[in-house]
Ligand binder design. Structure first.
Ligand SMILES: *[C@@H]1O[C@H](CO)[C@@H](O)[C@H](O)[C@H]1NC(C)=O
Ligand SMILES: *[C@@H]1O[C@H](CO)[C@@H](O)[C@H](O)[C@H]1NC(C)=O
Ligand SMILES: *[C@@H]1O[C@H](CO)[C@@H](O)[C@H](O)[C@H]1NC(C)=O
Ligand SMILES: *[C@@H]1O[C@H](CO)[C@@H](O)[C@H](O)[C@H]1NC(C)=O
Ligand SMILES: *[C@@H]1O[C@H](CO)[C@@H](O)[C@H](O)[C@H]1NC(C)=O
Ligand SMILES: *[C@@H]1O[C@H](CO)[C@@H](O)[C@H](O)[C@H]1NC(C)=O
Ligand SMILES: *[C@@H]1O[C@H](CO)[C@@H](O)[C@H](O)[C@H]1NC(C)=O
Length: 458
């Protein structure tokens, strides 16, 4: 059975304590940042919700970007930012430029790097053979091998990207190996499978990290520099990086907060502690980059999601950054993430992957997983989305392809698990003109149920 994740164990259903944390609205306006009074995508109602949730959860900070493609405005795009609470222990406020670890929202960068290599005709010519989505791992990585012989022989790129190779989380296999990705891959053969090959979806970070070795093997180029060259740079995501050191040097990296030694079952509140992204410094970031290493801002990610809405083309120049076929493929279901819906409108995305979901709460709506993207429907509107979480940071990157709407929510508080989703749904309901649902209330009651079942499992 998969291990139960700490985010669920560390849910905060805090008491109202307005004034304990400093709440500020967007600062450092640039020509693109509409002041609150001129905003059309982020309402004052949303501002109030974000501020009151920060207070009631006693959480640190939240950055929001909302994007809408709209041919009636100059440039064709509306982009707005919401900034709430504190970025750092010293009280520095969140801004649209605050840098957050986006954790598993990094996986789409990895999936697109594979798509770019698959689409690379020069590379195919140079190698004398195509790289395809069905190329087998054993034919790319010299270190490859798995304990299960069928999986070892048959695993292909799609299997790794859709979490169906038979291995469970094995998160610590990403460790701090001195030999980086080659070592992560070489160690896979010692990890016990928990399902048969291609039988079920099991969230598996090392599969993504393995694929981050592809540009090293095929182009003798580091994954990090490949992403910088082919994604960050063409999109002018100028603050985005894989380097904690670089992010710190910019002065814009948020402190990630978590509650140290928290134990909700025993009623221990824990001590609020500011931490750096948990992949280590000084080069060892390399063993996390593909699965969860991107550090970025609401501003940079607003360009990223614009490109996603624009089917892989640059939002201003309309030049192809990621081929449309790659964007479509990654957003198309390959495995079943959740076979039944949890709420009538959709699946609850806040309950984390490692939790045996169905044993805790009754789900009520289906959700498929493609490559670093889930796909489902919310009140009749199609959603493509991924979440991310690592100690100190939680993120959601969501788009509604048929409504030209995308939302990014980033928090530097690991315990505020409901914050990114509750604020996101408020923005969605308002922008799609749907009657408002109080998602934070629903999440709270869901978590009370989870908490009760945690206690019974002890
Ligand atoms: C723990 O936090 C709760 C509020 O979330 C508070 O009511 C309680 O007094 C705290 N307990 C301790 C031991 O500080
Ligand atoms: C809220 O967080 C602050 C630190 O930021 C801490 O001092 C305070 O005790 C917390 N309050 C509660 C009720 O947990
Ligand atoms: C395509 O492959 C060539 C080498 O054959 C390399 O120089 C180039 O950077 C690659 N481009 C992408 C987008 O992978
Ligand atoms: C490029 O190739 C050289 C020589 O084989 C090797 O030492 C180096 O590590 C490679 N660099 C990358 C990024 O793979
Ligand atoms: C790139 O981004 C930076 C920082 O957001 C901005 O100052 C600059 O104008 C942008 N350049 C282009 C060409 O959009
Ligand atoms: C990383 O290097 C810096 C100096 O460049 C040093 O102060 C720090 O302790 C090192 N951190 C780790 C985790 O090794
Ligand atoms: C962008 O390029 C696509 C594909 O060539 C084209 O269909 C679309 O009309 C272009 N959009 C704009 C705004 O030029």
């Amino acid at each position: 059975m998969a291990p139960r994740s700490s985010p669920v164990l560390s849910i905060v259903i805090g008491i109202l304590c307005a004034g304990l944390i400093q709440l500020t609205s967007a600062s450092r306006p640039s020509p693109r940042d509409a002041p609150p009074s001129q905003r059309t995508l982020i309402s004052s109602n949303t501002d109030s919700l974000a501020n009151s949730l920060l207070a009631s959860l006693n959480a640190s900070g939240l950055a929001v970007a909302v994007v809408r493609q709209d041919s009636s405005v100059p440039g064709g795009w509306r982009r707005e930012f919401g900034s709430y609470g504190i970025a750092k222990d010293d009280g520095a406020p969140v801004t649209p430029d605050t840098l957050f670890a986006i954790a598993s929202n990094s996986k789409l960068f990895l999936a697109y790097s594979v798509g770019l290599l698959v689409s690379n005709k020069t590379l195919a010519q140079m190698r004398g053979k195509d790289l395809t989505w069905t190329t087998k791992a054993k034919d790319i990585f010299p270190e490859w091998g798995l304990m299960d012989d069928t999986a070892s022989q048959e695993t292909d790129i799609r299997d790794m990207l859709s979490h169906r190779i038979g291995l469970p989380s094995h998160l610590y296999a990403l460790g701090r190996g001195s030999a980086g990705r080659a070592e992560v891959i070489a160690n896979l053969k010692f990890l016990r499978p928990s399902a048969e090959f291609r039988q079920i979806f099991q969230y598996h970070n090392p599969g993504y990290e393995t694929l981050a070795r592809t540009p090293e093997v095929l182009l003798n180029q580091s994954y990090e520099s490949y992403i910088a060259q082919h994604l960050f740079k063409p999109l002018n995501m100028s603050s985005s990086t894989f380097s904690v050191k670089e992010a710190e040097a910019s002065g814009k990296l948020a402190d990630g907060f978590h509650l140290d030694m928290r134990d909700q079952v025993k009623g221990v509140n824990g001590t609020r502690t500011a931490i750096i992204p948990f992949f280590a410094r000084n080069g060892t970031e390399r063993s996390w980059a593909g699965a969860g290493g991107v550090i970025s801002s609401a501003r940079d990610l607003s360009i990223w999601v614009s490109m996603l809405l624009n089917k892989g083309r640059h939002p201003e120049t309309n030049q192809t950054v990621v081929p449309e076929e790659v964007v479509e493929r990654c957003a198309s279901g390959m495995t079943i993430f959740s076979a039944k819906p949890m709420y009538p409108e959709m699946v609850c995305r806040t309950v984390r992957f490692q939790v045996p979901l169905e044993s805790l709460i009754e789900p009520k709506s289906p959700l498929v997983y493609g490559h670093a993207q889930t796909r489902y429907s919310y009140r009749g509107h199609e959603v493509i989305e991924h979440g991310g979480g690592l100690p100190g940071f939680i993120s959601q990157v969501t788009r509604f392809p048929n409504d030209n709407l995308a939302i990014v929510t980033l928090t530097n508080d690991y315990n505020a698990v409901t914050l990114t989703d509750a604020v996101k749904w408020r923005i969605v309901d308002e922008n799609l003109g749907l009657p408002e649902i109080d998602w934070s209330k629903r999440y709270t009651s869901t978590f009370i149920k989870i908490r009760a079942s945690d206690a019974s499992l002890l």
